[in-house]
Design a protein around this ligand. Structure first.
Ligand code: 2BA
Length: 109
């Protein structure tokens, strides 16, 4: 078994979750916030049999879209002088960011 953490954009969370449910893949859903943009996103945690991992990758490739998001210029205080990050800056976000870990044990007690 593998444990997959999948970070997706909020806009794609429902369609990804629906597709996982439709494929019979159990998941847990967390609200999360990306450290760079400070935008809300969604993290899905899935315990997946090894022979289903590739089909889960495909599901996220198909359902999680890439989008351009804008990082607005933000005032940053350095000592007593206010500096400005040059902006706005455009960044490409997504589809999904996946972390795949081995599962030592999976128990329901
Ligand atoms: P954020 O941290 O808000 O990052 C949003 C997007 O900003 C990233 O998209 C990437 O294109 C860009 N970005 C992030 N850090 C950057 C940096 N230091 N300099 C320039 N651009 C940067 P994605 O790579 O698709 O990531 C989407 C979300 O996935 C991230 O949202 C974060 O929540 C998560 N994520 C990505 N890589 C991660 C990692 N190594 N560890 C934990 N979470 C990660």
């Amino acid at each position: 078994m593998k444990l997959i953490f999948a970070v997706v954009q909020t806009e794609d969370a429902e369609v990804c979750a629906d597709a996982l449910a439709g494929a019979g893949v159990p998941y847990t859903r967390f609200a999360s916030i990306g450290g760079f943009l400070a935008h809300e996103n969604v993290t899905l945690m899935l315990g997946v049999a090894e022979d289903r991992v590739e089909s889960v990758f495909e599901l996220f490739r198909e359902k999680a879209r890439q989008r351009t998001k804008t990082l607005q210029a933000a005032p940053v205080l350095a000592d007593t002088s206010a500096l400005l990050i040059p902006g706005p800056v455009e960044v490409q976000v997504g589809g999904a960011t996946l972390f795949i870990l081995p599962v030592e044990q999976f128990l329901r007690v």
